[in-house]
Design a protein around this ligand. Structure first.
Ligand SMILES: *[C@@H]1O[C@H](CO)[C@@H](O)[C@H](O)[C@H]1NC(C)=O
Ligand SMILES: *[C@@H]1O[C@H](CO)[C@@H](O)[C@H](O)[C@H]1NC(C)=O
Ligand SMILES: *[C@@H]1O[C@H](CO)[C@@H](O)[C@H](O)[C@H]1NC(C)=O
Ligand SMILES: *[C@@H]1O[C@H](CO)[C@@H](O)[C@H](O)[C@H]1NC(C)=O
Ligand SMILES: *[C@@H]1O[C@H](CO)[C@@H](O)[C@H](O)[C@H]1NC(C)=O
Ligand SMILES: *[C@@H]1O[C@H](CO)[C@@H](O)[C@H](O)[C@H]1NC(C)=O
Ligand SMILES: *[C@@H]1O[C@H](CO)[C@@H](O)[C@H](O)[C@H]1NC(C)=O
Ligand SMILES: *[C@@H]1O[C@H](CO)[C@@H](O)[C@H](O)[C@H]1NC(C)=O
Ligand SMILES: *[C@@H]1O[C@H](CO)[C@@H](O)[C@H](O)[C@H]1NC(C)=O
Length: 532
């Protein structure tokens, strides 16, 4: 069982021999996953009012130890093992994969990872017993949860609401009758406040608009190609409406770290007849004007002038258009970051991220939305929710790693909690989520993707920096991708995704430290060590 690794380990022996057999001792500390197989390629963890698995405590170790966390197709969930670091002289590589780490080369700082407080999320939480809902909140935000730190909040309705609504249904250009709705009071505010409490206020929030009042729009439809009427441009009515949202939430004790220019304006490119998701359409030229003449000045001239204004909030493929908008210096001055969605990442190159970063290095990139189960294929085959899908967890982990290696500073998934249909959604746009609530059984299922996202949200806290890592595959192994970070406490974090079905040895070399590990088939492994 130890064979090869054991003997390699002996060569560079630095540690007292008696401890060697404990190299692979499992030490989860946390509550174990109660696994359930729904016939997919992996399993979910079942939680109810009285039981839920927890994330193990990960404490700083001295420089002769490391910890490895594994989540895999085989059923391990945040499985914790402690290992012993070898100190080497000879850096010759002999394993399948060699990862050379140079922590003195730093790249982008991490803003955080999280999900979205949609109406659907709150409705599902409110439909479960209080105790069960609390287990979900703790799973995301509690000390034994996955450490979500950056979440998104829709401004009024999205397709994951039970009705389309805005804060100002009747024509009122002065915005005097602006009022938050029942959904805010019942399904968003209480859970956001609970999350702030659970995280000791270490939770950043960004807001995004989907839907505009019909009287402000050029067509009488929430979805489709309609935009804000010309007559409301001089008064910056739409920008002031968004500002009102920030004011009303502040009155509820909720402050925003960021606001986006609007969710997926590209939806409006599709024919009105097939559109159901509410949106405000913007061409590049109109968006440029809106930021420069309305949103930018309105926010700058308010008490929210330090909020991060995040452009795009749409698919990666539109980054070249944004490059042009940002070349306008007035727009450039107002914009702090760029939001990207993952839905077209399978065919849009990550080089687009590098291009925008290289041209505008002081604008941060942030993944503002992602979920599985939303493709046309999923619609046709009704595979919106797949309970226990490892493939989906792997797809998401791969995307996070790719984004991180191309300057992205965080990754926010879509609905935090959906029901077993993947809703509710008034447009029947059902999709998958990290947590699926079975309301009748008063229990919920944590998908594999909950844990793989957790490898980042829990193990790579805000203000971590990505560092240099060069992966060398000696055996042609192309199914392994990796990224590395340095945490604020000095810990080095190496995350390795193995999408192949073989077991490989990896050799992590960081100056004169060497870690030899095995990555199991179809796994996400995170290795942490502290050099001082
Ligand atoms: C909750 O889950 C635990 C662990 O699976 C189980 O022992 C217990 O019976 C469940 N409670 C209810 C009310 O289903
Ligand atoms: C590191 O920690 C381990 C476990 O706590 C301990 O046994 C060992 O002596 C420590 N090594 C050093 C060099 O401090
Ligand atoms: C790490 O990077 C720094 C800065 O580029 C360089 O000076 C140093 O030689 C590198 N260390 C190793 C071990 O390659
Ligand atoms: C969280 O709520 C508890 C109980 O109401 C309160 O004592 C505590 O101060 C709150 N913590 C924060 C950070 O708001
Ligand atoms: C800035 O705000 C003040 C007071 O709210 C207002 O009087 C002024 O017109 C605003 N200026 C601009 C450029 O919007
Ligand atoms: C960006 O703007 C500058 C100054 O107006 C202009 O010279 C340059 O051609 C623009 N670059 C692109 C790629 O549009
Ligand atoms: C939800 O729970 C109910 C009641 O226990 C059960 O009949 C149903 O199969 C469950 N649904 C799923 C998707 O597990
Ligand atoms: C590398 O991959 C190619 C193509 O899949 C294969 O023909 C070759 O034998 C592989 N080489 C090794 C060393 O595995
Ligand atoms: C990846 O998984 C495959 C099989 O699942 C395994 O053979 C291979 O060794 C793993 N690679 C790594 C780097 O662990």
């Amino acid at each position: 069982m130890f064979s090869k690794k054991f003997s390699i380990f002996i060569i560079g022996l630095y540690y007292i021999p008696q401890l060697i057999p404990s190299r692979k001792v499992s030490n989860t500390n946390g509550h174990d996953c109660v696994a359930k197989d729904f016939g997919q390629d992996s399993t979910v963890c079942v939680c109810n009012a009285s039981y839920c698995d927890t994330i193990p405590l990960i404490e700083k170790l001295n420089s002769s130890m490391y910890v490895k966390i594994t989540t895999n197709k085989d059923g391990l969930r945040f499985h914790k093992e402690i290992g012993i670091v070898e100190v080497i002289e000879n850096k010759a590589s002999y394993s399948d994969i060699v990862i050379n780490v140079n922590a003195s080369v730093e790249y982008q700082a991490i803003h955080g990872y999280g999900g979205a407080f949609t109406d659907a999320t709150g409705i599902n939480l409110a439909s479960l017993d209080g105790k069960v809902a609390e287990q979900i909140m703790k799973s995301y935000f509690g000390i034994e949860g996955i450490g979500f730190s950056l979440c998104r909040v829709p401004i009024a309705a999205t397709d994951f609401s039970t009705r389309p609504y805005t804060y100002l249904e009747n024509e009122d250009p002065e915005l005097t009758s602006f009022s938050l709705q029942e959904e805010d009071y019942q399904y968003k505010i209480p859970y956001i406040l609970q999350a702030l409490n659970l995280t000791n206020n270490n939770l950043k929030l960004i807001s995004s608009p989907w839907i505009a009042p019909l009287w402000m729009k050029t067509i009488a439809s929430y979805a489709g190609s309609g935009t804000i009427k010309e007559e409301y441009h001089p008064t910056a009515t739409w920008a002031k409406y968004l500002l009102k949202f920030l004011e009303e939430y502040e009155k509820q004790g909720i402050d925003y770290w960021g606001i986006t220019t609007g969710n997926e304006p590209s939806l409006a490119l599709y024919p009105d007849a097939i559109q159901s998701t509410p949106t405000v359409a913007w061409t590049s030229a109109d968006m440029q004007k809106f930021i420069k003449d309305h949103l930018g000045p309105t926010i700058e001239n308010s008490s929210y002038s330090t909020i991060n204004l995040i452009a795009l909030d749409d698919q990666r493929g539109y980054l070249p258009d944004l490059n042009e908008i940002l070349n306008d210096s007035a727009v450039n001055n107002y914009i702090d970051g760029i939001g990207i969605h993952w839905y077209q990442d399978w065919y849009e190159s990550a080089n687009l991220l590098d291009e925008v970063h290289n041209r505008y290095p002081n604008k941060f990139l942030l993944g503002t939305e992602a979920c599985s189960g939303s493709t046309v294929i999923d619609l046709i085959f009704n595979t919106r929710v797949l309970l226990g899908s490892w493939q989906r967890a792997e797809d998401q982990a791969k995307d996070i790693i790719e984004d991180m290696n191309h300057w992205v500073t965080g990754w926010i998934s879509w609905n935090m909690v959906l029901n077993t249909d993947g809703g509710p959604s008034y447009t029947s746009n059902f999709v998958d989520a990290h947590i699926i609530a079975n309301i009748t059984a008063n229990e919920f299922y944590k998908q594999p993707a909950f844990y793989t996202h957790g490898h980042f949200s829990k193990l790579v806290p805000p203000n971590s920096k990505r560092i240099q890592m060069i992966l060398q595959a000696n055996n042609n192994e192309s199914d392994v991708v990796s990224t590395a970070f340095k945490k604020p406490d000095g810990g080095i974090v190496i995350t390795v995704l193995n999408s192949s079905d073989k077991t490989l040895d990896i050799n992590i070399i960081d100056e004169d430290l060497r870690i030899i590990e095995t990555v199991t088939p179809n796994s996400l492994s995170t290795i942490l060590y502290w050099k001082d």
